[in-house]
Design a binder for this molecule. Sequence first.
Ligand code: SGN
Ligand code: CA
Length: 582
Amino acid sequence: MGAGRIPAVDRPQLGRASEHAGQLHPDGVAAVFRFTVTIVAALSLSACAAAPSGHRVAEPAPPQERRPNIIFIMSDDHAQAAISAYGTEIGKLAPTPNIDRIARNGALFENSYVTNSLCGPSRATMLTGQFSHMHGFTKNGQKFDNASWNWVRALGQSGYQTAMFGKWHLNHSPEGAGIDDWKVLDDQGEYYNPDIITPEGKTRVEGYATDLVTDYSLDWLKNRDPDKPFAILIHHKAPHRNFMPAIRHIQRYLGTEFPVPTNYFDHYDGRPAAAAQEMNIYRDMYEGHDLKMTTRVGTTELRYNRWPGAFERMTPEQRAKWDALHQADNDAMNAAGLEGREMALWKYQRYMDEYLGTVAAVDEGVGRVLDWLEASGEANNTIVVYTSDQGFYLGEHGWFDKRFMYEESLRTPLLMQYPGHIAPGSHVRVPVENVDYAPTFLDFAGLAPRDTIQGRSMREVVEGRPPADWRKDVYYHYYEYPGFHSVRAHYGVKSGRYKLMRFYGDINGWEFYDLESDRGEMHNRIDDPAVQPIVADLKRKLIRLREQYRDTDGPAVGDPLSDVAKGQRDADVAAGLGHHAH
Ligand code: SGN
Ligand code: CA
C-alpha cells in the first residue's frame, strides 16, 4: 500500500463495465455514411466545351485539390502529462488511446505553449491569432466581441460549413461570431445535465456533458451538407474543475497509485508569487466540491461544497450511483483519521482519480469522432487537431489550476493529423504557440494570411520542413490578479532551456530558471552571478518580443522594481482596498 491509498473495505462496482458509452449512443459508428463528391475543375471543362470549332482546345486546368475539412477538438485544462502520447508516467497508468491515435496518424508537438494560461484569453487567442493585449480579452469575466474577426467565420465566408459544440466561455454564446450551427454550455458548463444554449434559448439537457458534446458533433457531421468542406469546433468542459467523471468512470482509477510529484511539498523559497498563490491541493481545494470527501463514516454528506449546484442538478438516480461509487473509499478515508502529510497524499490520489476519470470520457469521445471519420471516407481530406485551452498542474508545486508561466501550465497538448501532409508518428520540436492556430487553418484552407494575426502558420512545420527563421523565443503574459487562486500578473520569455519571468503588482520581482538543470523550476537563480550574462540576454529578447507584439501592458522591462510599487496600489484598488486616497 503506497502513500495516499487506503484499503476500501467494500468497493461497489455499480455499472462500471456495463455502462458503456455504446448504450448511450446506439447509432455509434454504424451510421449511414455520406461520401463527398470530389469537385474536379468543372469550370475549365465548360470553358473547353465553349471553344469555337477549328481552334485548338485549351488544356483543362489541373484538378483543384479539395480544401481540407477541419475537426478542432479542445478540452479544458488538460495537462500534457495526462496524455499517454506524451510518454508520461501518468499516461502509462491512465492511457488515452484515442487521443494518441492522432499522434500516431500525424504529429505530436513537443513544445506547444499558450500565450496566457487562462480559459477566455486562450480561446480568444486561438480564434483571432492575437495575443491577449491585442484582442483585448486579458482576464476571464471580460466579454469577447463576437463581431471580431475569427478564422471560423473566414472559412465560412469562403465556402466552408461551420459548427461549434461545447464550451464557448467568451461571452453568453457564439451569436454573431459567424458560425453556422452551434450549441454551447452555459458559462463554465456543468458535467451533469448541463444547461445548453442554442439560438432558440437555454434548456437543461439530461446527460453527461462530454457525451452530449460528442453526440451533438456527430449528429452534425452526419447531417451536414456533403458538398461543402467543413470546420467543426468540439470543445469539451472536461477535465475542468470540479472534475466530475461520468458514472461509468468513477472507479476507473480507484486503487491505481499515481506517482506523487517530487515537488508536491514545495517550500516556494525564492519564489514569492508561488508562495502567495491559493491553488494548493492540500490547502485550497474544496474538500466536498472538488475532492468529493464526506464528513464521516456512513454518510454521503459532503464536506465544504462551495457550489452545491453541481451535485444538486443530478437526477436522483445519478446521485445515488455517484454516492454509492464513492462511499467505500470515503468511509475508509474517514475511518483512517488522516492528518497532515498523509491527508495531503490521500487528496492527491483522489484528485488524480477524479481528474483522470473525466479525461476517460473525452478520450472515448475522440475515439467516436475518429471512428466516424475513418468510416466516412473523409479521413484523408480532414485535419484533426486535439489541444486544450492551457495546461494544468497535477500536483507539481502542490498545485491544481494553471495561470503561472511555469512549465506545466505554459505547455498545452497539441496533436494534429492530416494524411498525406503530415507524416504519421512525426514529432514537432520547434516552439509553437496558440497564436499560430488561426493562421494555420487559414493556410490549409487556402486563404490569405491576415495582417492582424501575430502568430504564424505551422503548415511547413508540420509538413516536416520548419522555416529557418521560425521563432526560437516564446512570449507569455498573464494578467488576472486579483482573481481566483491569487496568481500575480507576470510576463516572460522562454528561450530554449532558459526562462525569465517578471511578476508585477503587489509582488514584483524577476525569476530565472535553467530548465536543463532544474526541470521542476524550484531554484530561482535571478541573483546568481554566474547567470547574469544569460539574464541580460533574455531581457534584451523580452524587450524585442514586447516591441514585436506591441505589448505595453505592465512595467517596461527596464523599469527598476521599486518603480513598480504603483502596481501594488492598482491591485489594492481593484481588490476594493481603496488605497488611491494616499
Ligand atoms: C472557475 C474555477 C477556478 C478556475 C477558473 C478559471 N472554479 O472559476 O478554479 O481557475 O474557473 O478556469 S470552479 O470551482 O468554479 O470551477 S478557466 O478554465 O475558465 O480559465
Ligand atoms: Ca481552462
